[in-house]
Unconditional design. Structure first.
Length: 407
């Protein structure tokens, strides 16, 4: 097959057609009318975009500071700042005392953004050469395994490093057993490569009635006579137990609450904790269908209209990060008014119920979560709960193709 070369296209005609279709008005296309290219059509991203609210991040950070006694605050920005984008949250979170993450490239990004303060690798290093980058970027890192101590002992550095020794106090994920903790500390303490040793653990059930006491006791019993700063609490521990100094200790490690999602949604919502949504996922209606009673909508026809009704088609689907398993009835805002999704979420679109919203038209705003431009709020936790998941998963799943803007 012969591929066509560059073809002369009557773009001016195309422009007229696109404008006729109302797509320019909808923001779907942008007609570049610069003198150099008078009739070039530049396809714009779909109307779907995520706004990152800098003031909300600042507000949530100060709220967590307030709740964590005198502790210093790590802003946990792993997974690209829980899907928000490191560069987009940096301004709102630069009042933190440090940033904690997993990936070396995230640490590098923060240094590139100009952050000179503490950076902590929450799972430490994975291979020997990572330690060189730790030295170069001046990173603090968690040590949770003997193999990491072995690597440190072979690391050639003039400048000793600060490490956070992690105890497995009951979560049974990462960390030295309480019985092995002391000998790990002694090994680290004997290394010239190590400067300061801080102690940490991570709570498994700070968000439920089980709480933090059992793990706190284990941690204290096996570390109370060791020197060094302590770090134990995540968002749930800070909000629920942070007034206890033993819980907040020297450093708290807060993630989800910074982004305006409640760590114990179901028990307490964001309004209870005084948190604000840091992300608003907004799009537009790109179609309106008039269904007759008995018509169904979307793949599999899983929703059938019980009466004649209008259905809105929204430019947002599972390839954007919206959960495919969100069932009919998942809350959504159209022009700030609450309605529900209908039928199956498809790759690029989802459908919404317009029965109670007779005046909406194509191009009207749809808010999947966060703040509508009219000020109404749909909490990400509510959408997550309807879809059988948690706010963490929804924000982290925001797809790379979605335009993100910090405001
Ligand atoms: C070790 C560690 N500390 C702190 C956090 C932050 O937790 P959260 O987002 O629940 O505040 C995490 C996140 O999972 C973590 O793995």
């Amino acid at each position: 097959m012969k591929w066509p070369g560059k073809q002369a296209v009557d773009v001016s005609q195309r422009k007229v057609n696109i404008q006729d279709a109302g797509l320019v008005a909808l923001g779907l296309y942008h007609a570049d009318s610069s003198p150099d290219s008078p009739a070039t059509i530049i396809p714009m991203p779909r109307p779907l975009h995520a706004l990152i609210h800098t003031d909300a991040l600042r507000h949530n950070l100060s709220r967590l500071r307030q709740a964590s006694a005198d502790a210093r605050v790590w802003a946990v920005v792993k997974a690209n700042a829980y899907g928000h984008g490191l560069a987009h949250v940096f301004e709102g979170l630069r009042g933190a005392d440090g940033f904690a993450m997993l990936d070396l490239n995230e640490a590098q990004t923060l240094r590139d953004l100009g952050w000179r303060g503490p950076l902590l690798l929450l799972e430490g290093v994975f291979e020997q050469r990572d330690l060189e980058l730790c030295s170069r970027l001046d990173l603090w890192h968690v040590v949770h395994h003997e193999a990491q101590i072995d690597m440190l002992s072979k690391h050639k550095t003039q400048v000793p490093q600060r490490v956070f020794l992690k105890m497995n106090s009951g979560m049974n994920r990462l960390g030295f057993t309480p019985q092995a903790f002391r000998s790990a500390w002694a090994r680290l303490n004997a290394l010239p490569q190590v400067d300061e040793i801080s102690l940490m653990t991570h709570f498994a059930r700070a968000d439920d009635a089980h709480g933090v006491d059992a793990q706190l006791q284990v941690f204290e019993r096996h570390s109370s006579d060791l020197p060094g700063e302590r770090s134990l609490a995540n968002s749930a521990a800070v909000l629920r137990h942070g007034t206890r100094e033993a819980v907040s200790a020297d450093w708290v490690r807060t993630g989800i609450a910074l982004y305006g999602s409640s760590p114990d949604h179901g028990l307490h919502d964001v309004a209870h904790w005084g948190l604000q949504a840091a992300m608003s996922l907004r799009s537009q209606l790109v179609g309106v269908q008039q269904l007759k009673a008995g018509d169904s909508v979307g793949y599999g026809g899983t929703f059938t209209a019980p009466h004649d009704m209008a259905v809105g088609i929204v430019a947002c689907g599972y390839a954007d990060g919206y959960p495919r398993h969100a069932p009919t009835g998942t809350p959504v805002l159209v022009n700030g008014l609450r309605t529900r999704t209908l039928g199956r979420v498809s790759m690029d679109m989802l459908c919404v119920d317009l029965s109670e919203l007779p005046s909406v038209v194509m191009g009207d705003e749809v808010t999947m979560w966060g703040n509508a431009s009219t000020g109404q709020v749909l909490c990400i936790d509510e959408v997550a709960a309807a879809a059988g998941t948690v706010g963490y998963e929804l924000m982290c799943a925001l797809a790379a193709r979605v335009t993100v803007m910090a405001v």
